[in-house]
Design a protein around this ligand. Sequence first.
Ligand code: FAD
Length: 577
Amino acid sequence: KLYEDVSDLPGLHYDFVIAGGGTAGNVVANRLSENQHVSVLVLEAGPSNIGVLESEVPFLSTQMFLDPTYSWNYTTTPIPGFNGRSVLYNRAFILGGCSAHNGMVYTRGAAADFDRYAELSGDARWSWNQLFPYFLKAEKWSPPADQHDTRGQFNPHVHGTNGPISVSLNGFALPFFEGKIIQTTKELPADFPFNLDPNSGNELGVSWVQSTIGGGERSTSATGYFAPKFIQRQNLHVLLHAQVSKLVNATQKKGKPTFGGVEFRYGESFFVAHAAKEIVLSGGVIGSPQILMNSGIGAHSTLSALGIPTILDLPSVGQNASDQPLLILQWALNATSTPTDIVTFDSLRQNATRFAEGLTQWNASRTGPFVDSGDATHLGWARLPRGSPAFGVHADPAAGPDAPHLEFSFVPGGQTPGNSLSIFVVVVSPVSRGSVVINSSDPFAPPLINPGYFSNEWDLLAMRDGISLAERFVSAPAWRGFLGAMTPNLANLSSADLETTIRNTAAPNLHMVGTAGMSARGARYGVVDPDLQVKGAVGLSVIDASVVPIVPAGHTQAVTYAFAERGSDLLKQRWGL
Ligand SMILES: Cc1cc2nc3c(=O)[nH]c(=O)nc-3n(C[C@H](O)[C@H](O)[C@H](O)COP(=O)(O)OP(=O)(O)OC[C@H]3O[C@@H](n4cnc5c(N)ncnc54)[C@H](O)[C@@H]3O)c2cc1C
């Protein structure tokens, strides 16, 4: 049941208390409460997702993630690799977490990413083959909103059909634009081969985009894992507007710290929720390390400087933040929309009447252009050229020889008047690392977020290669005669000026992981063991994107769902449920 008011909550004693009702937290709450003898409380700081139109309508996703009402409104520290710029670092403040405001792109990463997690953690159960069933468990492959023939656009054998999260291909056709992308794969097959399905473990090539959308609506951990048939469970309670400050009532069990309660603020008052079995932190890459540090779990030097007594000296808490830098390249498109072939989504975004018509159509029938995010129609994944200067400054950071270094999102639309093609170039296998560290004893003060972009030269050199590859893509005959001015205009820039442009215009890809990273049992670094329990503590787990040790060569929500599904099974096994 969903509770808006703490005074309606029947009590504060549960078997499991989950801090954060986001992408991962709701999975864990659902799976644990499958057993009716187990009681579960979720504490979510944000409001309900129900009736939030910006979240439901895929095309409004940009509005949604820029809406300060549903955001923690974090800003990074000045990032040296971004020429000292501080930038917005979005994290969702709503039930469903980032799954309720993200770009909905559904990618799993390369098989080698997971085999590397297995190696790092010393636990083969995190390998691609063994995690694969959990991707399927979370997923419900669904027809696109326009019911078009999807043969040749994905591989049904690598998708799940019974999970709570809908995944589908785009449901509004852009024949001109999509045709040119596919034509490019035929004209430049060496660099950009067509790949039937990038979620098979082999991402390389260009594929049709898959998104967490079903029936024309965004699918989230809240709409899926807390669908009416689940949220009505008597043993599942979700309290909204409840911000966790820290873990309290620390005692020792078998010589290790354990916590009797989770302190949270509701309005101006503080409460403590008690977990008889286990506390699970699912506050995400910023929230989870923050709660750990507030509770005295972190680097002793950081904690003591803030006057927080150290309960567990774990220097890796908040470190090892791994995220991808993004650069947007844009070209004007010399093509005009017809009533049956809209060239790009610009014609909707730049025309209030057509925009309103699109929303009306979505409201009436869940069809039309608003059923898609309005971002990529296709994604491309590539490796750097073998002779890239990047390999001169650092060993190949990709997880394996078939794992990509770069992602290209081919987006029908841009930021300037008229139709545009945008290519989002992303370095998906960065070497750079950053951190999320508290700098106040006030548990609600925003932490210092430093994603560390371009702190290693490799990432910058990779971005240069990415730009060259994007320029190669649009050099295909398919685009001849259709392309106008490029923004930013990189033509004839000196090497130094190109570097300045990259540093001045790159942005966060918002795929941070690793701030409560998993490592092998007994390792001298890391925050959680391969069973996702906090090292050196008893009765405390972290289950969310922060435990993923290195950012996968992909987007992170599918990985978060799979880790949360597997994490739920680990909890069930531990407690014999
Ligand atoms: C704008 C944006 C776009 C993105 N686009 C994509 C995309 O297209 N595809 C993709 O795969 N990935 C995308 N991502 C990344 C992906 O969504 C995240 O990696 C993933 O959803 C993280 O899940 P999580 O469970 O770790 O954290 P979250 O989903 O952030 O959940 C954390 C939850 O905990 C709550 N919380 C935090 N602190 C506290 C506290 N102290 N007390 C109580 N509650 C708390 C938060 O409000 C939130 O609900 C995007 C991310 C963003 C921000």
